[in-house]
Design a protein around this ligand. Structure first.
Ligand code: PLP
Length: 411
């Protein structure tokens, strides 16, 4: 399968100091593109070291929009609809509060589900307190902790709704919502959608334009390979940009900010959602990973990922299910993201044994999920086969037992 894989050469474009290490956690922190190493050196030595303050006029100021436009290409948005800034959580805050503030008081419900990333729900709680009027938060429960409660969400949409906010691909099970279907269902009731694309961008097809989605945010350090803590992105549909006011109205989001006028006038277009000075190093380093994804093409990447998931699930059936593993991700390819969660009563011990003894890096999500992230840009079919083989060995040799008491902060 690897020999016939047209995307196989992309793996060599990533740093891989330990060739035996199998990395199946690209859904949490993507690998380092080799081109980013040279770029980091160029930015530090040349752009900062030599050019100093002149660099702001030599490209630094346009970085957030320029790279945002490349990300737009991956998510079906238009140039000028996406910009890099802040973290995903902060962008959620800015867009959700901006949306709520321009809606009539009668629209007071924020809808989400219990599969959402906790930070997203924490942010909505904060917004309910700050909105200046009564806001109701409704988190629709998943029927099984794995699948999204689509029907219940659709029935909960009505004229009291302000915002529907969901992770497009959910972080534990990898369930992926039908973005077009739900966006349109919400629009029939005048409810806006705010999609969190963190686990989707660079892994599953997203078409915000086709859906006509109002708002979205996402992360760049997962499948985009932007580097630890790299700035996130935000998307605002073109016709809404002038309607919304950034609730964190800082100088970089101001029109002609370098005139230092004391009154706040928002910049034109997507730049009004900026706040303070961008982190130039980490913003710049997002670009190379995005370039690689564009070069490989989302369609080819998705096809490969789906074949890899098929292989993983076949191997799971044959070798892991008999050892007490359960599948905590959707069976139906239509609802699969790019990571698969396998449950096991000793999941944390197995995860730690894989990391410390078997040279496999997956991750663990409570209560009992081992997440296997497939990044088709650098994961081979052999990686999938070896992951399953090494998991099996850990269980058969009871290697998980000595880690049962461990509880590292980041799993
Ligand atoms: C990773 C992730 C985040 C990360 O948020 P930060 O503010 O960048 O820490 C947010 N939402 C989802 C759904 C994620 O998967």
């Amino acid at each position: 399968m690897d020999r016939e894989d047209p995307l196989a050469p992309f793996a060599r474009r990533f740093e891989r100091p330990d060739p035996d290490l199998i990395y199946v956690d690209g859904n949490s922190l993507g690998r380092l593109p080799k081109d980013s190493i040279a770029l980091a050196d160029e930015i530090v030595r040349h752009q900062w070291g030599d050019r100093l303050i002149r660099s702001w006029n030599e490209g630094w100021l346009e970085l957030q929009e320029r790279i945002g436009n490349k990300i737009a290409h991956l998510i079906g948005a238009e140039p000028g609809e996406v910009i890099l800034a802040d973290s995903t959580s902060v962008n959620l805050f800015k867009l959700a509060l901006a949306a709520i503030r321009q809606m009539p008081d009668s629209r007071r419900v924020i809808l989400s589900d219990t599969l959402n990333f906790p930070s997203d729900l924490h942010i909505m709680e904060g917004i309910a307190q700050l909105a200046g009027r009564k806001i109701e938060l409704k988190w629709i429960p998943s029927p099984d902790g794995c699948h999204g409660p689509v029907e219940a969400i659709v029935s909960a949409l009505d004229e009291k709704g302000a915002l529907l906010t969901l992770s497009h691909t959910v972080f534990k099970s990898g369930y992926t919502y039908d973005l077009v279907h739900l966006t349109r269902a919400a629009q029939r009731h005048g409810v806006w959608t705010l999609w969190d694309l963190s686990h989707s961008v660079g892994s599953v097809p997203v078409d915000l334009g086709k859906a006509g989605a109002e708002l979205a945010v996402g992360c760049t350090y997962k499948y985009l390979n932007g580097g630890p803590g790299a700035p996130a992105f935000l998307y605002v549909r073109k016709d809404l940009q002038e309607v919304l006011a950034n609730p964190i109205s800082g100088w970089i989001g101001r029109d002609r900010f370098f005139e230092f006028d004391l009154d706040y006038r928002p910049a034109f277009g997507i730049r009004r959602f900026l706040t303070g000075t961008p982190p130039v190093l980490s913003t710049s380093l997002v670009e190379k990973g995005v370039d690689l994804l564009i070069e490989a093409g989302m369609k080819a990447l998705r096809q490969k990922a789906q074949r890899q998931i098929r292989l993983l699930l076949d191997l799971y059936e044959a070798h892991l299910r008999p050892l007490g593993f359960t599948l905590n991700s959707p069976q139906d390819p239509q609802f699969q993201g790019s990571h698969i969660s396998l449950g096991h009563p000793h999941a944390l011990g197995i995860d730690l044994a894989l990391i410390h003894e078997m040279k496999v890096l997956p991750d663990f999500r409570a209560p009992d999920n081992i997440r296997i992230g497939i990044a088709p840009l650098y994961n081979s079919f052999w990686d999938i086969y070896e992951t399953v083989r090494r998991i099996r060995q850990v269980v058969e040799e009871n290697r998980f037992e000595k880690y049962e008491q461990d509880r590292p902060e980041v799993t």
